[in-house]
Design a protein around this ligand. Structure first.
Ligand code: DAT
Length: 180
């Protein structure tokens, strides 16, 4: 996908990614409210449109059908104005996004968040390791231009509010910079 030229859009697309539990959905909802952009929860889309090849019973999670997912999202992404919320960032075409935010959470904060979701031990351990190894951050840096990838801490409500304010300011500047 990387060699397909970018197409003009009047509003930016933002990807909010990170290990499960780092606050993608909560941050995306608040950022959508603050910016007027539309929150697109990819996990929900995968479930409601069956864009998967069944359940991985070990991890209690869906096995993505990436081609179906990209096809389903293409027309939604075209006009811009989407805040895409997903734990995987390296499956999307690079041209879709103007900003990629990777949320990060300290181990001592993330563990109880995952526990309180009722995840099984295997799934908790997998996600803790993902966060410790910075898997999503490194995937984001490999998949998108360096200058559009931003790492933000998401340990507290204060940090979340700061992150939302930052996204709002960034969006307003993008609109000014990209005005015809
Ligand atoms: P994700 O979408 O990344 O899986 P979430 O938005 O569903 O994460 O958040 C998981 C839980 O943690 C949810 O109960 C809200 C809470 N949470 C997330 N980010 C937080 C933050 N920065 N400060 C306090 N609580 C947070």
């Amino acid at each position: 996908y990387g060699d397909v030229p970018n197409y003009p859009r009047s509003l930016p697309n933002i990807l909010i990614t990170g290990t499960p539990g780092t606050g993608k959905t909560t941050t995306s909802e608040m950022a959508a409210e603050a910016t007027g952009l539309t929150h697109l929860n990819v996990g929900d889309l995968v479930k409601t449109k069956s864009l998967h090849e069944g359940l991985d019973t070990d991890f209690d999670s869906y096995i993505l059908d990436e081609d179906k997912l990209i096809d389903e999202m293409e027309d939604m992404m075209k006009p811009g104005g989407k805040i895409v919320d997903f734990h995987t960032c390296d499956i999307f075409p690079e041209r879709w996004f103007d900003l990629v935010i990777v949320l990060r959470t300290d181990n001592s904060v993330l563990y109880p968040r995952l526990e309180s979701r009722g995840y099984n031990a295997k799934k908790i351990n997998e996600n803790m390791e993902c966060e410790i190894m910075q898997v999503v951050l490194e995937d984001a840096r490999e998949s998108y231009a360096e200058e559009i990838v931003i790492e933000l801490q998401s340990n507290s409500i204060d940090e979340m509010e700061e992150n939302v304010a930052r996204i709002k300011a960034w969006k307003e500047q993008w609109v000014i910079d990209n005005a015809k």
